[in-house]
Design a protein around this ligand. Structure first.
Ligand code: ZN
Ligand code: ZN
Ligand code: ZN
Ligand code: ZN
Length: 305
């Protein structure tokens, strides 16, 4: 099996912090508004939608958060837009000054709204000012495509991303929790452009991404293999994996915990949280005359009790 195509090493966008999965539990305790819970969600929300429109910045259409500004004629705008409009109201051109719209800020405080990822399954309802914070950490927020090496902007839930990896990135899919992979590359001298490969494993009813890639660690060319879990970090910690590579009587073994795909590929790689094989060692394992990389990586995924 050949290594995947060489690609420019484009960093994935940083979308999440390691701490992000904790907060949604804390926030679950917020009191739910009785009128919004229940089958007629849309109908119950609509009386507040007029207020919600008032809280939309007329300039950028984003939701406004304190400080909310207004001109002497009462036109509102968000603090980001206020910085951009050179002290003149975008609606009436009057000089803006520095007037807060405290009434609207207070009204916003009284609102409770469903999480914007409601359609992805989030059942939570939040006070207006906590909603944004929750949405950044919501466990129902879409995941970024875990495929590395391309600037793929696709986001979605796990089933959708599995289909996307298979159909659009032509990623190899395997069932089972043990694997035995051969990575062959004819010109192992070139690692300047990251060479990488992704395989997806389906076991325990979950999906795992096995990444294999070449890059420069400082001045030293290395190969690295690591596993990412397609799901949240707190679930990822229920699993372990091991990787082994060797030949000619030598063997390297790595045991680790898969990282959530909330952590970008780059972040995992740069923390060396995986099996790192220096090129000289890799060529030694490959045997022959150092003209070809032939690595056999075996691995196993298991569930921690
Ligand atoms: Zn604005
Ligand atoms: Zn105005
Ligand atoms: Zn949510
Ligand atoms: Zn993609």
């Amino acid at each position: 099996m050949a290594l995947g195509s060489s690609c420019q090493d484009i960093p994935e966008s940083e979308t999440s912090d390691y701490e992000s999965s904790i907060a949604s539990n804390e926030l679950e305790n917020f009191q739910l508004t009785k009128s919004i819970v229940g089958p007629s969600v849309k109908a119950a929300v609509s009386p507040t939608s007029g207020v919600h429109e008032l809280l939309e910045c007329p300039v950028c259409t984003n939701s406004m958060y304190p400080p909310i500004h207004q001109c002497p004629n009462g036109h509102t705008l968000c603090s980001n837009c206020k910085l951009r409009v050179h002290n003149h109201c975008p609606t009436c051109r009057h000089e803006l000054g520095n007037i807060r719209c405290l009434a609207l800020e207070k009204v916003a405080e009284s609102l409770e709204l469903p999480c914007r990822h409601q359609n992805l399954g989030c059942p939570d309802i939040f006070p207006y000012y906590s909603k944004l914070k929750h949405e950044h950490q919501c466990r129902f927020r879409p995941y970024n495509c875990p495929y590395a090496g391309s600037e793929c902007l696709v986001t979605g839930d796990i089933p959708m991303l599995v289909t996307h990896l298979k159909n659009d990135h032509k990623v190899d899919m395997h069932d089972g929790c043990t694997f035995n992979h051969r990575y062959v590359k004819s010109n192992p001298q070139e690692v300047e452009n990251a060479t990488w490969m992704l395989t997806v494993f389906n076991c325990f009813g979950q999906h795992f991404c096995l990444h294999f890639e070449a890059f420069l660690l400082g001045m030293a060319p290395v190969y690295m293999a690591f596993l990412r879990f397609m799901g949240e970090d707190d679930e990822a910690k229920n699993y372990c994996y091991s990787l082994e590579v060797g030949g000619y009587g030598r063997k390297l073994i790595w045991q680790g915990v898969p990282r959530s795909i909330r952590d970008s590929h780059r972040k995992v790689r740069d923390s060396y949280d995986g099996l790192v094989i220096h090129r000289n060692m890799a060529l030694f394992f490959s045997g022959g005359n150092r003209q070809e990389l032939k690595l056999r990586v075996t691995g196993r995924i298991w569930k921690e009790q």
